[in-house]
Ligand binder design. Structure first.
Ligand SMILES: [Fe+2]
Length: 144
C-alpha cells in the first residue's frame, strides 16, 4: 500500500504558530509512514494499530488547538470561524471511528477509503481552517 507520494510536508502548510506547526508536521509524517508500512493484506494487523494511533494523536492535537482558541478568546472574537473549526474536529473524529468500524467489519475498499479520507481531510483542514486560526493567534499575540 505504498502510496506515500500522495502526501508530503510542504511549507505552505505552516500556520506560523509553532505549537500547531510541530504537531501538524508529526501528523503528516505519521500518515506518510502509515502509507509506507501498510501492506495490501486486508487483515494486516498494523492497520488497526496505525489508525488508532493516528486518531489518538489527532484528538490530542485538536485539544491543543482548542486550548489556543480558549486562551485568545476565539469564540468571542470570531464566533463563526470558531464554530466551524470545532465542528470540523468533531466530524473528523466521528467519521474516523465509523470508517475504522467498517474496515474492522471487512467492508471492501474501506481501508483505502480511510487513508484517502485522512490525507484529504488533513491537508484541506490545515490549509484553510488551521491557517485561519493561525492568523488569529498571531494577531492576538503580536506586539503593539
Ligand atoms: Fe484544526
Amino acid at each position: 500500500m505504498a502510496d506515500s507520494d500522495s502526501i508530503q510536508w510542504n511549507d505552505t502548510m505552516l500556520t506560523g504558530v509553532d505549537e500547531m506547526d510541530v504537531q501538524h508536521h508529526i501528523l503528516v509524517d505519521t500518515l506518510i509512514d502509515a502509507n509506507a508500512r501498510l501492506t495490501d493484506d486486508a487483515n494486516d494487523p498494523l492497520f488497526e494499530q496505525i489508525t488508532r494511533d493516528l486518531l489518538a494523536y489527532a484528538i490530542y492535537h485538536f485539544d491543543t488547538e482548542e486550548q489556543l482558541m480558549m486562551r485568545y478568546g476565539y469564540a468571542a472574537k470570531a464566533p463563526e470561524e470558531a464554530e466551524r473549526h470545532l465542528n470540523q474536529h468533531r466530524r473528523f473524529s466521528d467519521r474516523v471511528v465509523a470508517m475504522r468500524n467498517e474496515a474492522r467489519a471487512g467492508k471492501p475498499g474501506s481501508r483505502e477509503a480511510l487513508l484517502t479520507f485522512l490525507r484529504d481531510w488533513l491537508i484541506n483542514h490545515i490549509l484553510t481552517t488551521d491557517k485561519e486560526l493561525g492568523r488569529f493567534v498571531l494577531s492576538a499575540t503580536a506586539k503593539p
